[in-house]
Design a protein around this ligand. Sequence first.
Ligand SMILES: NC(=O)c1ccc[n+]([C@@H]2O[C@H](COP(=O)([O-])OP(=O)(O)OC[C@H]3O[C@@H](n4cnc5c(N)ncnc54)[C@H](O)[C@@H]3O)[C@@H](O)[C@H]2O)c1
Ligand SMILES: CC(C)CCC[C@@H](C)[C@H]1CC[C@H]2[C@@H]3[C@H](O)C=C4C[C@@H](O)CC[C@]4(C)[C@H]3CC[C@]12C
Length: 380
Amino acid sequence: MTVGSGQVYVVTGGCGFLGSHLVRMLLEHEKNISEIRVFDLHLDESLRTLSNDRVKVRLISGDISRLEDVREALRGSHLVIHTASLVDVWGRVPASKITEVNVTGTMNVLQACKEEEVQYLVYTSSMEVVGPNIHGDHFYRGNEDTEYRIYHKEPYPLSKAKAEKLVLEANGAKIKGGKLLYTCSLRPTGIYGEGHELMKQFHRQGLRTGRCVFRAIPPAIEHGRVYVGNVAWMHLLAARQLQIHPSTLGGQVYFCYDSSPYKSYEDFNMEFLSACGFKIIGSRPLVPYFLLYLLALLNALMQWLLHGFFTYAPILNPYTLAVASTTFTVQTDKAEKHFGYQPLYAWEEAKKRTITWVKSLEVSRKDLKDVGEKGNYCCN
Ligand SMILES: NC(=O)c1ccc[n+]([C@@H]2O[C@H](COP(=O)([O-])OP(=O)(O)OC[C@H]3O[C@@H](n4cnc5c(N)ncnc54)[C@H](O)[C@@H]3O)[C@@H](O)[C@H]2O)c1
Ligand SMILES: CC(C)CCC[C@@H](C)[C@H]1CC[C@H]2[C@@H]3[C@H](O)C=C4C[C@@H](O)CC[C@]4(C)[C@H]3CC[C@]12C
């Protein structure tokens, strides 16, 4: 295989949900690269087959929390897109582990950039570095400059906020050889699309309840969502333009946005699930908020009691309830102004692709039979 003399990009967490879309996006749309190094703790061998005459996809097994692993992966590369992270708001992973991967891991990426003379770093942050906060303050179609009471207590948002701060502070730092490091941070809202693990869980749950989804959150609560393909596209453009206009993009944060509609978390999921015959029951929440909150508290108590025996980590806990019950949506054109970002996929296309994928879950589910034919269609 002949591989050209283009740039070498490293994608940490490249085998994850966003990471694998990003790798495919780079292969298809970035003409200036000859090698993509996919660095991950758990490798997805299928990505290796994506290598072509122009670009080699190299899978590198490593742990972001080990500096040596990161240094080795970055050696001789031009740019890093750092998406590796432990995404956990359910208490499945100890807080210390989240800090080790998300904060120490990011320190390692920065250190490795400095030691291995890598000048450009695009960091995948999260809307959670801003909010929603636990006070329930709504962030209604805000932008990067909107004032908000930022308050972090949970390990995941805390770790993302700390990591983002480190990334931004490192912008302009001297690296080995005397050149400067340029960094920027992208903050997706809730990402959806092909491969979204949580959507698989909601789909599975919906099958158990006869394709009925029982409304829990008032429909007026807006939750920001963005299509994974557009998040990947935005990373590609940021990486490209950070090298061309480092003084414009360097040290900046950008929310990731597209034309996905502003809806509640549940109504948004229904955009896809309804194509599989799912129905949402109730135009208002069926259970009063205080009962849902009690249930969330009970789940937290059970988690604490069972800790040491096994990990009890249901989807609903006080924190996920607070996030789902607080409006958090963005409306901004900062990325368009700074680096010409416009969504690559219109809402109709993003929706179509996601529906196709959700439908494919139906045929691929081995345990579909366990649910029982009758129960599947109680709403129809
Ligand atoms: N999913 C969302 O809705 C969402 C929203 C906003 C921001 N984000 C951010 O986007 C990024 C990607 O998230 P995702 O949803 O694709 O998550 P994901 O879990 O699918 O991907 C994360 C990847 O990081 C890898 N990883 C974890 N620990 C590692 C370690 N110690 N060393 C090397 N690799 C390690 C995992 O194996 C995985 O492949 C994360 O930084 C996350 O914080 C996600
Ligand atoms: C109350 C129940 C009926 C519904 C519970 C849904 C809940 C699990 C969902 C709602 C919002 C979701 C978060 C949101 O989309 C954004 C992010 C940021 C990202 O960085 C990590 C994932 C996270 C926290 C989503 C997790 C799942 C949440 C809380």
